[in-house]
Design a protein around this ligand. Structure first.
Ligand SMILES: [Zn+2]
Length: 365
């Protein structure tokens, strides 16, 4: 019996020490201490042990049993610690998910055009200005030389707002960014180089060229000696930068109530290069911007003496411009939230990088 115990001790110490993982160690434990394990079976043999050997075998059995239990517990701790160490030093390689690698966001095409525009006019010393979306009849119409009953009010289909404290027809969603004109004159005085790019609202019949919510860009430049020549320069500077160096630009007389004289700014048709096509109505030109010398009355309303100063206003619709630039036929795509369509536009043409646009020479304005 004594010999048998020593053999078990020797065999199992070896097995335990060489156990590679917890699973094997658990198996060894069961082999030893399980219901049908070695230890239980040995204890069943005790009655057969001669009486004189029993005082020796009993304590030996207990000692070996305890020793094996302790060695298994130590080995279990050792295996666990080794595992933790491995985790700490192991390098994980993280691979990007397939979806993440495929899909990449980009700016909205109109936002890109607006950012280019801001950059272009910043270079000429224009500062961004903002005016309220909800405004009074006064700033949107009256101070711009469009009094009540003036036929020009028919040009704007206005969305009026009923609000306590305001008479009907007093409060409205601004129909153009020009509500910033008199505000900026009153706030900054002269000389003034202001630009505004923002949303306007109109009660429109929606179609491929008309939206109820539209973007507008506009500049106001007031100083001594400002003339129509500055307008021609600005129009060429901007349209060549955005639509290409070879874009030809012309101005022709057009009526706006807050400018005198007023001008429509045309760019040579991009689709037919001036030869005449369906898009340009066979004229070879497309109207791209509106402009004019600021009316003396509007300057006066802004607190500026029209005998000393003159000013120009110039503006365009970024969505209409983006339609031309990216060859889009329906304005409603821009605010549709249709990612598929917007992604297609994004892939169509790379926007012009402002870095590639020639710096203006000298003080051109
Ligand atoms: Zn054409």
């Amino acid at each position: 019996m004594e010999q048998k115990l020593s053999q078990i001790q020797k065999d199992y110490l070896k097995k335990i020490q060489s156990a590679p993982n917890l699973k094997v160690l658990d198996e060894i434990f069961l082999e030893l201490f399980g219901k049908n394990g070695v230890v239980n079976k040995l204890s069943e043999e005790f009655p057969k042990v001669p009486k004189e050997e029993r005082p020796k075998v009993g304590p030996l059995f207990n000692r070996i049993k305890k020793e094996l239990e302790a060695v298994i517990a130590d080995k279990r701790t050792a295996i666990r610690e080794e595992g933790y160490k491995k985790l700490e030093t192991e390098k994980f390689v993280l691979q990007p998910g397939r979806l993440q690698a495929k899909r990449q966001g980009h700016l909205h095409p109109v936002t890109k055009l607006e950012q280019e525009t801001i950059e272009l006019f910043k270079r000429l010393g224009f500062q961004q200005f903002s005016a309220p979306h909800i405004d009074t009849d006064e700033y949107n119409f009256e101070l711009l030389n469009i009094p009540k009953g003036h036929p020009a009010r028919d040009l704007w289909d206005t969305l009026y707002i009923d609000y306590p404290g305001y008479a009907p027809g007093k409060l409205l969603l601004r129909t153009h960014t020009s509500n910033a004109q008199v505000r900026s004159m009153r706030e900054f005085g002269t000389p003034l180089r202001m630009m505004i790019i923002d949303r306007c609202f109109r009660y429109e019949n929606l179609d491929a060229r008309h939206e109820h919510t539209l973007e507008q860009f506009e500049i106001v430049y007031v100083d001594k000696g400002v003339s129509m020549a500055n307008l021609q320069y600005l129009s060429e500077y901007f349209l060549k930068a955005v639509l290409g160096k070879n874009t030809k630009v012309r101005m022709r007389p057009k009526y706006y109530p807050f400018v005198e004289p007023g001008a429509g700014v045309d760019g040579q048709c991009l689709f037919c290069e001036g030869k005449g096509c369906k898009v340009c109505g066979w004229t070879g030109w497309l109207e791209l911007a509106g402009a004019g010398m600021i009316h003396p009355q509007v300057l006066k309303n802004g607190g500026i003496d029209p005998n000393e100063y003159s000013g120009i206003a110039w503006g365009f619709g970024p969505e209409r411009m983006a339609m031309l630039k990216y060859g889009i036929e329906d304005i409603r795509i821009f605010k549709s939230g249709n990612l598929k369509a917007l992604n297609k536009i994004h892939e169509r043409k790379k926007p012009i990088s402002p870095a590639k646009i020639a710096e203006p020479e000298g003080d051109v304005l």
